[in-house]
Design a protein around this ligand. Sequence first.
Ligand SMILES: NC(=O)C1=CN([C@@H]2O[C@H](COP(=O)(O)OP(=O)(O)OC[C@H]3O[C@@H](n4cnc5c(N)ncnc54)[C@H](O)[C@@H]3O)[C@@H](O)[C@H]2O)C=CC1
Ligand SMILES: O=C(O)C(=O)Cc1ccc(O)cc1
Length: 321
Amino acid sequence: MTNTASQSLFDTVAFIGMGLIGSSMARRIKRDGLANKITCAVRSEKTRDRVLELGIADEAYCDIKEAVGDADLVMICAPVGANEAIGAQLAGALKKGAIVSDVGSVKQSVIRDIAPHLDEGVHFVPGHPLAGTEHSGPDSGFPELFEERWCILTPIAGEPESATQKVKALWEACGMYVECMDADHHDRILGITSHLPHLIAYTIVGTATDLEDALRQEVIKFSASGFRDFTRIAASDPTMWRDVFLNNREAVLEVLGRFQEDLMALQRAIRWGEGDKLFDLFTRTREIRRGIVDAGQYFTNFSAEGENRQSDEKGKKKPTE
Ligand SMILES: NC(=O)C1=CN([C@@H]2O[C@H](COP(=O)(O)OP(=O)(O)OC[C@H]3O[C@@H](n4cnc5c(N)ncnc54)[C@H](O)[C@@H]3O)[C@@H](O)[C@H]2O)C=CC1
Ligand SMILES: O=C(O)C(=O)Cc1ccc(O)cc1
């Protein structure tokens, strides 16, 4: 999607955390002039220096309160396990009318940890851009990360619609398609489409690593694309993913239970030589993949290695709703 807005949507945007997602957003905002000023709260001096050197923030502070004092929009871009501590720092620190949003991969826990700390007159619009890579830190970001991907907002009852619309406009200017839903629904969907696949990748790479020495060497040497895809996902940030699993516990455990049952059924089919069962399942799953690919390019602008290839196909459809 091309940004047709290319105009300032906020005066000052403050980022809390400037890793892959925060720095990608900041780069996009800078590139397209979507805000007049960017401030950020970053804990380490080295990263503060780096962010300023990269030119993706105008001011970098250690203290969250200093970074957010003048902000019209505060974007929380830290691992979701940090939210309780971040929320406590936001209390009493924001201008009346300021909007707080976030990019966390889990939504119910973010609302639980942030909302109680916000003063009256400050509006909270939780969000989650469904775009990322296995890399982290401010050097890994790039402004095209969000292009033609979905962003989910989970607005809170009682908050003004105008706040949601402003956050929506920013994500659209970053190239995203935006949809709103309940936080509970979000967490169940992402439990199956994102969190479980990461858990499987961590497990399979762990299992391969635990093989005896000689076998492990061969696994690494001959790893074909299927296993290589898993190793890419399993290289994702350990802090971020620990926090995702601890904060979306119920949805992940529910879907993991179902997955284990389905895996057991497959184990049984292999043991008893029930080829028809295997064939039928594999035929169904192949159809699902083909349906996804036919419906749009949601999954196709990422190569197997996760490299974000910008597609040169024109006039692509919006991903399936
Ligand atoms: N990595 C991905 O592909 C995606 C990540 N997300 C979500 O975005 C958020 C950020 O993820 P990334 O940018 O990938 O992580 P990252 O590791 O690249 O960056 C996280 C940043 O947060 C800072 N941070 C950590 N603890 C903090 C604290 N207590 N107070 C202040 N800052 C703190 C770190 O120093 C770092 O600058 C996470 O909540 C994650 O669930 C959402 C979509 C995709
Ligand atoms: O790198 C990948 O394949 C991802 O799946 C990136 C990702 C990670 C976490 C999210 O909440 C959304 C997207």
